[in-house]
Design a protein around this ligand. Sequence first.
Ligand code: A2P
Length: 338
Amino acid sequence: KSYRVAILGATGAVGAELLELLAEREFPLADLKLLASPRSAGKTLAFKGEELPVVAVAEDSFNHVDLVLASAGGSTSKVWAPKAVEAGAVVIDNSSAFRMDPNVPLVVPEVNPEAAAMHQGIIANPNCTTILMTVAIWPLHQVQPIQRIVVATYQSASGAGARAMEEVKAQAIAILQGETPKTEAFPYPLAFNLFPHNSSLNDVGYCEEEMKMVKETRKIFNAPDLKVTATCVRVPVLRAHSEAINLEFKEPFSVTKVREILANSPGVKLVEDWEANYFPMPIDATGQDPVLVGRIRQDISHPCGLEMWICGDQIRKGAALNAVQIAELLAAKDLIKL
Ligand code: A2P
């Protein structure tokens, strides 16, 4: 069976990766439609050696489409995803628009593939930092339930899209030339700097990105009472996020056992050379599918605590790859239908 697929947001950073992954993983395509804003109408994008036209999304865009991979931001998804479903398509949405909707499964294929079967047309792809963290800690949670997660993120510019990545490069050049860096995509210069995540703050001082990690992890794990606290920070890395994760279990969890479990977990790659002090780095995670995990150690402040450090490609596993894996999962179970 093959599918008529549309990518909404094809010209963006995640869109580009979706195109690459559909080709690389040989997703069974009967047709591929590239949709973006009117700004991109008339452009073309290469796919398997062919130049495909980019079309401005419109009312009739989803006729004769089985599957939509949407990555054009929350407000665009809110408008177009329901229209796509109405036209008969299943939507895998990369935005935050529907993630917490009780009727929308929030899926990480390594964690809760079974949730995908409940879809009513829309399936949400979680936030990038949440995807990367859940892949790395779910296998441990299966063996010993996690009581509390304390996480700090080091998030790359790619999380804010292609324009933000270009902005950081331009800022670096400007600073090196003694000029004042321009800021548009970000509120502050990111090159040679970092700042707490620029999403909106709630009344108890957490930003939206941090609350996504809290709420989405609970939903994906189906653990509504799981204690999670996060500090999200943007760092001047182009792509691939890093996270310092502290886990608290009910009982001590031996580091040897943790390594053994993670060495055999899907989507995880252990990267630890204690003699060379070599551990996961964003430059090594860039372009890679697995989440790199290392610096696994006993938390010396708590007998049931565990520390670990992870890096994962934000655009790949943190967005496009997870979406394509969901598509593959749906195809395998014949769930690309309403
Ligand atoms: P466009 O390139 O035409 O602006 P990124 O996250 O890398 O910034 O990419 C965002 C993607 O979402 C781009 O493909 C962008 O298209 C698309 N997009 C943004 N706003 C809209 C909109 N109102 N309608 C359709 N696509 C949109």
